[in-house]
Ligand binder design. Structure first.
Ligand code: TRP
Length: 452
C-alpha cells in the first residue's frame, strides 16, 4: 500500500479555523436550539455545558492527540498506536466510519432544508410571524417526497464536488471570511429577539433551570449533543489532528474551538427563544423550530427578506465545513487503506450516504411508518449516532489512552516533546480520561438507555 503525501494545515491559525469549521454547523443553528426547546430549556443547557467541559474537552484533546501522533486516518491510527496483538482497537475507527455515514444521512437532509429556505426567503413565502403559516410551509416541504430527496441530492452533489475537485481549501478560505458575518447576523437577531414585547419568558426558559425536567434521557441527549457539537467520538478530530502541525498546542487549540463553538450556540439560543415565546411558537416543536422562528424574527425587522436570505446562505456555507469534516473520516479510510484515490473514495462515500439518506429524507412522507423503537429513520439515525456511537467511541478512546497508551506517551505528545510546560494539565487530562470521563459517559449512557 502506497501512502500518498499527506496534506497538512499550514499555520496555527489555519488549524484553528479548520477545526472550528468542523465544529460550527447545523449543530449550533439547528440541533442545539431544537434539543434545548424539546428538553425543557435551561436545565438541559446546564447539563450540556457540564458535559462539554468535563467530558467533551478531555475527549477532544486526546482524540486530536492520537491523530497527530499517528498521522493517519481513524482506522490506521489505532493499528499503529495499539500494541501488537491488540488489533481490535481499530474497531473504534470502523465505528467512526459507520457513525459518519449515519450522521451524514440526516445532516444532508437538514442542509437540504436550509438550501430550500434560501429560496423561500427570497420569495417572501416565509416572511411571517404566524406559527400556523410557518408550520404549514415547513410541513409542506418535508412531507413532499420528491423535493426532500432532490434537496438532499443537491447538497450531496455540492459537497461531493467540492471534495472531488479538491477545492475544499478554497471553500474553507471563503467560509473563513464569511463566518464573522454569520456571527454578526446572529448578534442582530439576538438584539431584535430580545426587544420583542413578551421576550422575557424566553430568556428565563433558556437561563433559569427547572431541575425536575432533567431525566436520564435528557442527560444522555445533552451528552450526545456535546459529542456532536465538538465533532468527537468518531474520528473527525482524530483525522483533523493528523493534519495538525507538530508544534501546535493541542489543549489550547481545542479549548478555543470549544469556547467559540459554545458562543455561537448560545447566540442562536438567545436569537430564538425570546421570539418563540413572544410570537407564540411551541418551544418543543423539534426539528422545525428553527425553520419557523428565525424567519419570524427577521420578518419583525427592517430589510427582513434580504437579511433572512443572507442568513440561510451563510448557514448553508457553515454546513459545508461540517459535512466536509464528516466525509473526511470515511474518505481518508477508503483512500489510504484501499489505495482508492481521494476522488473515488469520495464518490463511493457520497453514494453510500445517498442510499442511507433516502429513508431519512422520506421520514415525513413515504418512510414515515418505517419505525424502529418508535423512531422514524431520520430520528433513528440521529439517536444511534449521537446518543450511542459517539459516546461509545468516546469511552473507548478514553480507555485506550488511559490504560493502553499511557501517561508518558500522552505527556510527550501534549507537551510537544517537552516544549510546552503543561505538566499539571496533562496529568489532569490523563486522570480524567483514565477514570472520570469514561465512567461518567458509561453511567449516562446506560442510565439514559434505561439499563439501570
Ligand atoms: N459539529 C458539527 C455541527 O455541529 C457536525 C459534525 C461535523 C460532527 N463533524 C462531526 C458531528 C463529527 C459528530 C462527529 O454541525
Amino acid at each position: 500500500m502506497t501512502q500518498p503525501q499527506r496534506d497538512a494545515f499550514t499555520s496555527t491559525f489555519g488549524v484553528l479555523v479548520a477545526t472550528l469549521g468542523s465544529a460550527v454547523g447545523l449543530g449550533n443553528i439547528w440541533k442545539f436550539p431544537s434539543l434545548t426547546g424539546s428538553n425543557g430549556g435551561a436545565g438541559f443547557l446546564l447539563v450540556y455545558l457540564l458535559a462539554t467541559l468535563l467530558v467533551g474537552l478531555p475527549v477532544m484533546i486526546v482524540e486530536t492527540m492520537l491523530g497527530r501522533a499517528a498521522r493517519a486516518n481513524a482506522v490506521t491510527t489505532f493499528a499503529q498506536v495499539a500494541p501488537p496483538g491488540q488489533r481490535w482497537w481499530t474497531s473504534i475507527g470502523w465505528m467512526g466510519f459507520a457513525a459518519a455515514l449515519l450522521i451524514l444521512a440526516f445532516y444532508s437532509e437538514v442542509a437540504g432544508w436550509v438550501y430550500a429556505y434560501i429560496f423561500k426567503a427570497m420569495s417572501g413565502e416565509i416572511a411571517t410571524t404566524d406559527p400556523k403559516i410557518a408550520g404549514a410551509v415547513f410541513s409542506a416541504l418535508v412531507s413532499d417526497p420528491l423535493s426532500s430527496l432532490v434537496w438532499q441530492w443537491i447538497v450531496l452533489a455540492v459537497t461531493g464536488s467540492i471534495i472531488m475537485l479538491g477545492v475544499a481549501k478554497g471553500i474553507e478560505a471563503v467560509a473563513r471570511k464569511l463566518m464573522p458575518l454569520l456571527f454578526i447576523l446572529l448578534l442582530v437577531l439576538c438584539a431584535r429577539s430580545l426587544t420583542l414585547p413578551g421576550a422575557m419568558p424566553g430568556l428565563s426558559f433558556l437561563f433559569s433551570p427547572d431541575f425536575s425536567k432533567i431525566t436520564p434521557a435528557v442527560l444522555l441527549t445533552a451528552l450526545g449533543l456535546a459529542f456532536f457539537k465538538l465533532s468527537i467520538g468518531m474520528g473527525t478530530m482524530l483525522t483533523y489532528g493528523s493534519y495538525f502541525r507538530a508544534d501546535q498546542n493541542i489543549p489550547l487549540t481545542t479549548a478555543r474551538v470549544m469556547l467559540a463553538d459554545l458562543s455561537v450556540s448560545l447566540l442562536a439560543g438567545i436569537a430564538i427563544f425570546p421570539a418563540v415565546f413572544a410570537f407564540g411558537f411551541e418551544p418543543a416543536a423539534g426539528p422545525s423550530l428553527v425553520f419557523m422562528t428565525i424567519p419570524a424574527v427577521f420578518t419583525a425587522m427592517p430589510g427582513g427578506t434580504f437579511f433572512m436570505t443572507i442568513f440561510f446562505v451563510l448557514t448553508a456555507i457553515a454546513s459545508v465545513g461540517a459535512m466536509l469534516s464528516l466525509l473526511e473520516v470515511p474518505v481518508a479510510i477508503l483512500a489510504e487503506r484501499y489505495g482508492l484515490g481521494r476522488k473515488r473514495a469520495a464518490l463511493y462515500t457520497i453514494f453510500m450516504v445517498a442510499l442511507l439518506g433516502a429513508p431519512a429524507a422520506l421520514s415525513s412522507s413515504l418512510a414515515a411508518d418505517w419505525t424502529v423503537f418508535a423512531l422514524k429513520p431520520f430520528d433513528l439515525f440521529d439517536f444511534l449516532s449521537s446518543n450511542i456511537l459517539l459516546p461509545l467511541g468516546g469511552i473507548l478512546i478514553c480507555l485506550f489512552v488511559g490504560w493502553v497508551y499511557g501517561l508518558p506517551e500522552l505527556e510527550k505528545q501534549l507537551s510537544n516533546g517537552g516544549k510546552l510546560h503543561n505538566r499539571t494539565l496533562v496529568r489532569t487530562v490523563f486522570f480524567l480520561v483514565r477514570y472520570l470521563t469514561p465512567l461518567s459517559i458509561a453511567a449516562v449512557l446506560l442510565h439514559g438507555l434505561g439499563v439501570f
